[in-house]
Design a protein. Structure first.
Length: 74
């Protein structure tokens, strides 16, 4: 993987929200006030490894929306 590659985080319909560099961190904010930090690795334009789990970026967004978890670059 190239360190110059970026994971483009989107919402569940594919609208770009922000990007993080390969190996960068996102902050997930839960409704109860807790937060969690996860490392993101670029796999390809549509897939990323987030906290060690491979996700289609839009599927990750759908899960976050369903669970009412917001996320931002850390």
């Amino acid at each position: 993987m190239n360190a110059a590659q970026q994971v483009c985080m989107t919402d569940s319909v594919g609208k770009a929200l922000f990007s993080v560099h390969d190996g960068g961190v996102i902050r997930m904010l839960y409704g109860n006030g807790e937060d969690y930090f996860a490392v993101c690795h670029y796999l390809d334009e549509s897939y990323a490894e987030i906290d060690g789990v491979r996700y289609a970026v839009r599927e990750f967004a759908r899960r976050m929306e369903q669970n009412k978890i917001s996320y931002t670059p850390a």
